[in-house]
Ligand binder design. Structure first.
Ligand SMILES: [Fe+2]
Ligand SMILES: [Fe+2]
Length: 239
């Protein structure tokens, strides 16, 4: 599954089924729920707290599939998951998925009452550690920061052994709606010229991270569509 790019809802659902009895750490020393159970719990929390934001709910459902795509990559698992779903679920879902780790770093810097699981606390350091105040200010200015923080808080709440939540079948129609909306967005943006390759990487801005592959609003030249930040497709993390 290394480098997989999901192209259909059926593929995604099959991958999520595979995430049952798959764990965030190969030796099962990490969080106490498997990746599927965790995703279902996170999605359920988000559905309750943000019932009108199905993209956010689906982002919660899939946010940790990177642990299964590339087992053992604690640092890159958000980016792997985002790259896998961007073509199917769209740029916003992918970005929220990618941001679930920076959001942890942000909350660690700004929420004195934040409670992380032992595994999340352990991996915080290798994922960049607590954000500096400067980085936190940049994160807050991101238009997706509020939703990313909501996902992160649900992430930290969705690790309860034995919790009963709606099963995967309940999420298929939601995933199908999000995928259909992403497809419509792609069609609408087909006239947009993405200039990120033309501009090249700015000095000092070269990074192999997924974040650097997300082009901000000003790097997209609208031709006949609503201007919005988009993810170049197909995404190649580190391209
Ligand atoms: Fe994660
Ligand atoms: Fe998670």
């Amino acid at each position: 599954m290394n480098g997989e790019r999901l192209s259909s809802v059926d593929e995604l659902m099959a991958l999520l089924v595979d995430c049952e009895d798959a764990w965030d750490t190969p030796d099962r020393s990490g969080d106490p729920v498997d990746i599927l159970d965790h995703g279902l719990q996170v999605a359920a929390v988000l559905a309750e707290r943000h019932p009108d934001d199905e993209e956010l709910q689906v982002a919660g459902l899939v946010h940790d599939i990177g642990h299964h795509l590339l087992p053992g990559d604690e640092v890159g698992h958000g980016e792997h998951a985002a790259a896998a779903v961007v073509g199917l679920l769209g740029a916003r879902v992918a970005r929220l998925v990618a941001l679930h780790i920076p959001a942890k770093r942000y909350l660690a810097a700004t929420d004195a009452h934040l409670v992380l699981s032992p595994e999340s606390a352990r991996t915080l350091g290798c994922q960049g550690g607590v954000m500096t105040s400067e980085a936190a200010a940049v994160f807050e200015a991101d238009p997706d920061s509020t939703a990313a923080i909501a996902l992160r808080r649900a992430d930290d709440a969705g690790k309860v052994v034995g919790l009963r939540v709606p099963g995967l079948d309940c999420w298929r129609p939601v995933v199908e709606r999000v995928a259909a909306a992403a497809e419509r967005d792609r069609a609408r943006l087909s006239g947009v010229v993405i200039t990120w390759r033309e501009k090249g990487w700015r000095d000092g801005d070269r990074s192999d991270s997924f974040q650097s592959t997300v082009t901000p609003r000003e790097e997209v030249r609208p031709m006949n569509a609503v201007c919005m930040w988009v993810l170049p497709l197909p995404v190649t993390a580190g391209d």
